[in-house]
Design a protein around this ligand. Sequence first.
Ligand SMILES: [Ca+2]
Ligand SMILES: [Ca+2]
Length: 277
Amino acid sequence: MFKNKIPHENYIEAYVNKFLKILSALFFASFLIITACEDDLPTQQDAKELTIESVTVSRNMETNTLHLQAHILPGEFPLDSVWFQAYQPDSADPFIEEKLYDDGTHGDMIPLNSRYSVEIDSNFIVDYLPPESDLEFRFIVYVQDISQQMLSREQIYEVQRNYPVRIDTVFFPDTVNASKSEPILFEAMVSDSNGIDDISIVQIRQTLNNGQPDTSQFFEMSNSGTYGDRIPGDNLFSASFPTGPENTIGPREMQIIATDNGNKKDTAFVEFYIKKE
Ligand SMILES: [Ca+2]
Ligand SMILES: [Ca+2]
């Protein structure tokens, strides 16, 4: 009964054959996987194409500058120059034309990383503020390699119009008891569609004392979590005033004025009564 007994050499051969079969099956499988992925992966050819991958424009309000950055993928040939043109919203001619840098200067963070930058004084935007409608500044980045191949890419930088600031509600007590030296707290809920940061100041003053005009000084309403303000940085601006036995009884009128960074204003008047009991 030698039939089932495999000679030693044959056994090794069979084992090797089996191993090779598995190996080739694995190779074939990985070939299929690679072939399947090929459409998603950039080919060597694509990677060599000169490309402007992205252009971004961001504004630094503290330094009053615009930072323009272009991510450029070089092609077959080295780059010769990278520059940009900027257009005002109402003009067909560029008002700035300058180089972009990839050498760690002009706002470029990391030299030689294919991200080209320039910093532009953003005073030209201030001329337009506060705009009554949205403004679009057009930036076009150009790149040219030494074979004279040229590319460009446009990016719009939008300055949002200034929406009006609004005093939505004022919270205050109708009556305050001066005999008990009760303080009176005013809380104005103020909003602005440009965001809370666009509210520059909220002020309050007394305008009528027992029917008599009394345009005393303005006080700034606090949004810093102090002077009676409960939560800093929210939409509630607060002011607290003391009362005392020296106050006469009768009605008072207060005026509240909210102002935004574009000098838009909203005004509210409120009345309360001083009693002594
Ligand atoms: Ca506003
Ligand atoms: Ca507050």
